[in-house]
Design a protein around this ligand. Structure first.
Ligand code: MG
Length: 382
């Protein structure tokens, strides 16, 4: 048996990429990094290629290609990104943010590669199509999102019929205790300062609006085939408990640990085994307090849309995700207010009720139309 797993890391220069490379440095005897991609950051991409001797390299956005100094040949553009994820390997890790990660993640499972996925936007928009494809090709989709990794670990697959409900925890983001009347004045630089996680700008804003948790409700329903009414969200600012599974016999199994993406990545890459990462020891004796709050839906109305997207046929997950991506981008460019993000998503959901997609092309079509609706709403607002 081959003793090293061949892995491909999509989005190697982002926050998931950074955690994954930390994991690989601790496990050089276990993994071969055979492919990496980045969107823009060609300097860091070059350093990664040279450090890990990665033979297959893609830069999605060709603009900065001239600054590449990696020792292996660089290929460019989104089509090459798809080709990269089709290379035969043990596992493809998708750390790409947003719908731009959809095609490459789907390509991986379509050719029979296992997929460790942090790219929740792709799962939210095309979840059922992903799951069907993974069953057809007998490949695994392993969650990397910390809450979903927690549920994955707490679930006993043999006893899924004994499951009562699950709890996803939410840090509450940087504005958990900000008065509701101050939310409209929030600037992008404040919204991207997450109290617990160091992440990309898009997901940081999603945490601040709590759209991130709305997406995670949908993601959990897809990954674990759990109905929306069986998903509870609790605010837990310390983010030590990542998720809980409640069984019908009253037993509740929780997953705890320091908030560090290296652990969910290690679970996904080593599953069903585990690896010694030699991390700082976790002890409840050194944790003074854990706190929990009910979500405030008036202050964070976005959260409710997670359940709506699963229950209400007029609330499409694809439209929700697309509108949110467009609105967050406009907010980061100072074109709209923080509180406009929810209003734009809500209005887009009410203005466009798509059909149920049967394949990835139809998902993309719906996504495009939703984006154009949202952009029109933004132009009208300005
Ligand atoms: Mg998460």
């Amino acid at each position: 048996m081959r003793d090293k797993k061949n892995i491909i890391l999509l989005g190697s220069t982002g926050s998931i990429g950074e955690s994954c490379l930390r994991l690989l440095r601790k496990n050089r005897e276990k993994f071969n990094l055979i492919g990496v991609s980045a969107n823009n950051n060609v300097k860091l991409l070059s350093e990664i290629v040279n450090e890990f001797d990665v033979p297959n390299v893609v830069l999605s956005n060709p603009e900065n290609a001239k600054d590449y100094f990696g020792k292996h040949e660089l290929t460019l553009g989104s089509l090459n990104l798809i080709e990269l994820s089709k290379i035969n390997c043990d596992i493809v890790i998708s750390g790409i943010s947003g719908m731009s990660g959809l095609h490459s993640a789907f390509a991986a499972i379509s050719v029979g590669n296992n997929l460790a996925i942090a790219n929740k936007e792709a799962l939210v928009s095309a979840g059922k199509i992903f799951l069907d494809q993974s069953i057809k090709n007998n490949v695994k989709i392993l969650p990397v999102d910390s809450e979903h990794s927690a549920i994955f670990q707490c679930l006993d697959n043999h006893n899924i019929s004994n499951l009562d409900f699950i709890t996803l925890t939410a840090s509450g983001g940087p504005f958990l205790f900000t008065p509701i009347e101050d939310l409209k004045n929030i600037k992008p630089k404040d919204a991207i300062k997450h109290p617990i996680w160091k992440m990309g700008k898009k997901i940081s804003v999603d945490s601040a609006t709590m759209f991130n948790k709305a997406l995670e409700i949908i993601e959990a329903s897809i990954l674990f085939d759990i109905k929306s009414e069986k998903i509870e969200v609790t605010i837990h600012p310390e983010h030590i408990i990542h998720g809980l599974v409640h069984y019908k016999d009253g037993s509740v199994i929780a997953n705890l640990g320091f908030p560090d993406m290296i652990t969910p990545l290690s679970v996904a890459l080593n599953w069903p085994s585990r690896s010694d990462l030699n991390l700082k020891k976790f002890s409840l004796n050194s944790i003074s307090k854990l706190s929990f709050y009910k979500p405030d839906y008036k202050k964070f109305p976005a959260l409710k849309l997670g359940w709506d997207a699963l229950q209400n046929p007029l609330c499409s997950p694809i439209v929700l995700n697309a509108a949110n991506e467009i609105a967050v981008d406009a907010f980061l460019k100072n074109k709209i207010k923080f509180t406009d993000i929810f209003d734009i998503v809500y209005e887009t959901l009410n203005s466009y009720n798509p059909f149920v997609p049967k394949n990835i092309d139809e998902v993309i079509e719906i996504d495009k139309i939703a984006r154009s609706h949202s952009s029109q709403i933004i132009n009208r607002l300005r």
